[in-house]
Write a protein that binds this ligand. Structure first.
Ligand SMILES: Cc1cc2nc3c(=O)[nH]c(=O)nc-3n(C[C@H](O)[C@H](O)[C@H](O)COP(=O)(O)O)c2cc1C
Length: 204
């Protein structure tokens, strides 16, 4: 697959995990790709917690169910009915979970390029996640980003220090397939907007 094939093949995966083990060398390549991301001031402010423990994954899954219910309670009518049919995670079915964190103190106190825009640290972590996601796709693995959680809960569950921010819980593993269309579009939740609507010339 060339880079464009990988970019367009990438999907957020929830229902298609097979649970088969991830070949160790593929996981190494995926993590190395994540770690090769650009970062503000070369701060590399990410860490990766590899979660295999079924008890930990089970506890997180239960928490995600309560957060799903919290969100569902904000919906009415058609939206509530549509959301009821949408799977938002594959925590128990996937082969591995990877929690990606952000350390705002890494490379500090003078992080080159971050003095005016504090969020650049967080942007850097998201670039590592995108590298991981694309590399996994090139390895024909699926990735699903789960954000139905409260940060203090996840911090406590994994013993993450107070100063460090969990940014993503990623479900990772072999999949039966990558769909051509995002799940949310297939379920009629939302459609992708065309590039032409996102393009501006000279002014907003
Ligand atoms: C920051 C972020 C958080 C997300 N959180 C969730 C989530 O909690 N559950 C879920 O099912 N998908 C989640 N997604 C996946 C998006 O729904 C998905 O990327 C989007 O619908 C487009 O589909 P695609 O990734 O297959 O192209 C998240 C994606 C991002 C970037």
């Amino acid at each position: 697959m060339n880079i464009y094939d990988v970019i367009h093949r990438r999907r957020d995966v929830r229902a298609e995990f097979t649970g088969a083990p991830i070949p160790g060398d593929a996981l190494d390549r995926v993590l190395a790709a994540a770690h090769a991301a650009p970062s503000v001031g070369l701060s590399q402010p990410w860490d990766f917690v590899l979660v295999n423990d079924p008890a930990v994954r089970g506890a997180f899954h239960a928490h995600v169910q309560t957060e799903r219910a919290t969100f569902a309670a904000t919906l009415e009518g058609d939206a509530a009915a549509r959301f009821a049919g949408i799977k938002v995670e594959g925590i128990l079915e996937s082969s591995l979970s990877i929690v990606v964190t952000y350390d705002p103190e890494r490379g500090g106190p003078a992080v080159l390029g971050r003095h005016a825009i504090a969020d650049t640290g967080l942007y850097s972590v998201c670039l590592a996640i995108q590298n991981l996601w694309l590399a996994a796709t090139a390895e024909r693995l699926g990735v699903g980003w789960v954000s139905f959680y409260r940060e203090p809960f996840l911090r406590r569950l994994l013993g993450i220090p107070e100063t460090i921010r969990p940014v993503a819980w990623l479900c990772v593993g072999p999949v039966a397939r990558h769909h051509d269309t995002p799940d949310l579009e297939r379920h009629g939740w939302r459609r992708r907007r065309p590039l032409t609507e996102a393009l501006h010339h000279d002014h907003w």
